[in-house]
Write a protein that binds this ligand. Structure first.
Ligand code: ATP
Ligand code: MG
Length: 413
């Protein structure tokens, strides 16, 4: 789990601002849910034969004997909250969330135990039009962020029945090739064989050559949904690759599944993954209701942003240098007045005394454009001396009204 320190913040704020813009541009509304939920919520929604539930959750019993977990993902909570707050069934509902998620996996590049996701969930729309909208949203976002070398992979999981039929055929195929599977895949063979398609082990992937393909098991309706989506993407000019081995680690998906993968992140290249999960609302105790969404890993996206741009921290406009006891006494009050009278002003006051030289060093380090100097003379005359720290301009001693104009110009620049 990592700290995000002030030097990292400019990049996070840049990303968060772009994400907010994108969400507003497509009519998504924010929802915030607790970081802790009943463990049973995730067991039911994610499925107990998944990595997340089997071995990654931070679960504990609280003092009242309730079994709780830190949320490993956002969708289960959003569905719970949407049901509890009566947000479903009145037409299409577009929601987004963002925040920390927790999974106890092996830490490595691109994989930490606390990480941040932003996710969107659209409820109430059964057709491929909303799938296409969500994919277009992601595509537009990468373009806006300057993330270029990213590819979209897409597949259809069909319905639960179609998948069950495929699972039988796929398992039969693997029964003869057990000796080529690794320990993880053998474990999955019984409980969740489709996850073997997702294996990152090249030897396992090689063993899958010639395996039955999921798309061949789709019925007419599933096929129409998938083809409808692909047509819309073509019309929008969104490039994609159909990957018949693409599945999701989470059990509630059906029909469309998709992932964006970057080549610039090493082994953990997936920056965003999603799909349709029409079955989940019912699993959570609601009337069946269509849903589609995605979740993106913000740390990985931050890493990509850093590769293409420098995010500059917001420096203060002014640093207040206070020389002498009287000035120190007057300083706090002056700073308060300036901030109150000049909305948007970023002003850092010197605290803890120090020589002129030491204070100017701090002023310089703060990144401020100007130092506002108050010494004995200024206190008795009611003036402030303005020293420009970043440009060659003469220092001026100003009365209050003139000072306000100068600072106002600085703020609006
Ligand atoms: P994987 O197969 O790589 O474990 P996943 O199926 O667990 O992926 P999702 O649950 O779909 O991943 O999460 C969506 C996105 O969140 C991922 O594509 C990734 O960008 C990010 N993510 C997931 N787990 C982590 C983690 N431990 N650290 C950082 N980012 C993560
Ligand atoms: Mg995982």
């Amino acid at each position: 789990m990592h700290d995000i320190v002030p030097a990292d913040m400019a990049c996070w704020h840049f990303l968060e601002a772009e994400l907010r813009h994108a969400m507003a541009a497509y009519g998504y509304e924010e929802i915030r849910t607790p970081l802790v939920e009943k463990t049973a919520l995730f067991e039911r929604a994610i499925g107990d034969a998944t990595d997340v539930v089997e071995k990654e959750m931070y679960s504990f019993e609280d003092r009242g004997g309730d079994h709780l977990s830190l949320r490993p993902e956002g969708t289960a909570s959003v569905v719970r909250a949407a049901l509890q707050n009566g947000l479903l069934y009145g037409g299409v509902q577009r929601l987004w969330y963002a925040g920390p998620m927790f999974r106890r996996e092996r830490p490595q590049r691109g994989r930490t135990r606390q990480f941040h996701q932003l996710g969107v969930e659209a409820f109430g729309a059964p057709g491929p039009d909303i799938d296409a909208e969500i994919i277009a949203l992601g595509t537009a976002l990468w373009r806006k962020l300057g993330i270029a070398d990213v590819r979209l992979e897409i597949n259809s999981l069909g319905t639960a029945e179609e998948r069950a039929e495929y699972r039988t055929a796929f398992r039969a195929f693997l029964e003869d090739r057990k000796d080529q599977l690794d320990e993880d895949s053998l474990r999955r063979l019984d409980r969740n064989p489709l996850r073997i398609l997702d294996s990152k082990n090249p030897a396992v992937q090689a063993a899958l050559d010639g395996a039955p393909q999921l798309p061949d098991y789709l019925g007419e309706e599933s096929r129409a949904h998938f083809e409808g989506l692909l047509e819309l993407l073509q019309e929008l000019g969104v490039e994609y690759t159909v990957n018949p081995r693409l599945v999701r680690g989470l059990d509630y998906y059906c029909h469309s599944v998709f992932e964006w993968i970057s080549n610039d992140l090493g082994a953990q290249g997936t920056i965003c993954a999603g799909g349709r999960y029409d079955g989940l609302v019912e699993i959570q105790g609601g009337r069946p209701w269509p849903a589609v969404g995605f979740a993106m890993g913000l740390e990985r996206i931050i890493e990509l942003i850093r590769q293409v741009r420098e995010c500059e921290a917001t420096a203060p406009h002014a640093y207040l240098v206070l020389a002498g006891e009287n000035a120190e006494r007057a300083g706090l009050g002056l700073a308060e007045r300036l901030r109150a009278e000049l909305p948007g002003l970023r002003l850092v006051s010197n605290v803890g005394g120090g020589s002129f030289k030491a204070q100017f060093k701090r002023a310089d380090k703060s990144g401020a454009r100007v130092a506002l100097v108050v010494g004995e003379d200024e206190v008795s005359n009611g003036t402030v001396t303005v020293k420009w720290l970043r440009e060659d301009a003469p220092q001026e001693t100003l009365e209050a009204a003139r000072l306000k104009i100068t600072l106002h110009e600085l703020i609006s620049a």
